[in-house]
Design a protein around this ligand. Sequence first.
Ligand code: AMP
Length: 310
Amino acid sequence: MTAIKILRTVAHVRQWRYECLKNRKRVGFVPTMGALHDGHCSLVNQSLKDNETSIVSIFVNPSQFAPHEDLESYPKTLDSDLSILQELAQDGKGVEAVFVPNALDIYPSGITVDVLKQKGTFVNVVGCSEQLEGKQRPQFFRGVATVVTKLLNVVQPTNIYFGQKDAQQCVVIKNLVKDLLIDTKVNVLPTTREPNGLAMSSRNAYLSPEIKLKSSIIFESLSKGEELYNQQRSHGEVPVDIILQKIRQYLYQTTDFEVEYLSINHPETLEELQSIDPQVGAIVSTAVAVPRKDSQQTTRLIDNVILSKV
Ligand code: AMP
């Protein structure tokens, strides 16, 4: 397998992209913040299957972190990330390039995490960025939408890949691509989980083995809600209260976990629902703050399950 090209500047990616265009190659793109795990790899493998060439970006995006969040301590493991990517292959095809920009490449006007001091151009996807995660992290989706717009402008991929694990992010990006008339196809792939059900995440590195074990309750509780919904949906509209009550029975068992939200929303608009139309389905999502292994702080684990339409 040929070695992955490491592209560090926007100009280099543009040059690489131009060659792909000349050779009529479909380009698959997987944006990440690094500290790669099997969840990221599932996206890359799908990109390798769907496209003649694939590129991954590794960039810890400052603008999506609030000043009190973990930008500084976010795991940075570039060497092992590159080895992981080097090993991935589908039908003899591997990842061709990795884009590892620095912050000034992506934010030519500079970037600070203090929203009030920021200068430059930012992208806001209004209507689906304010609820759920957006309520807890008001600057988060503005940061995500901004960086994804910039990366899309540079890479101009045929296909871009995201994980269902970050369900609201997928809705925000789909709307962004639609509203800004960006010529790419957004592909959403299922959440990859640890054997105990815990959704894989780079932030799981903050957890002790004991907390990791206990955190399996998050997916277990959501799955209990899904089970009940599946039993009820043949009778018509399902009231969200009974599903939420079922989930709470399990989710609120662990005393050192703090549930930040638990909500059932429309799968496309993210509007909060009172009842679920089985013809439409819904998404049940939660964020739980759990203790970190190395400090008095907590880390937030998010997860969701799709309540599918009939
Ligand atoms: P991140 O590096 O956390 O910004 O994630 C980069 C991409 O990987 C995003 O599209 C995430 O939704 C996706 N991703 C993260 N964790 C998982 C997972 N457990 N399963 C599937 N996709 C994931």
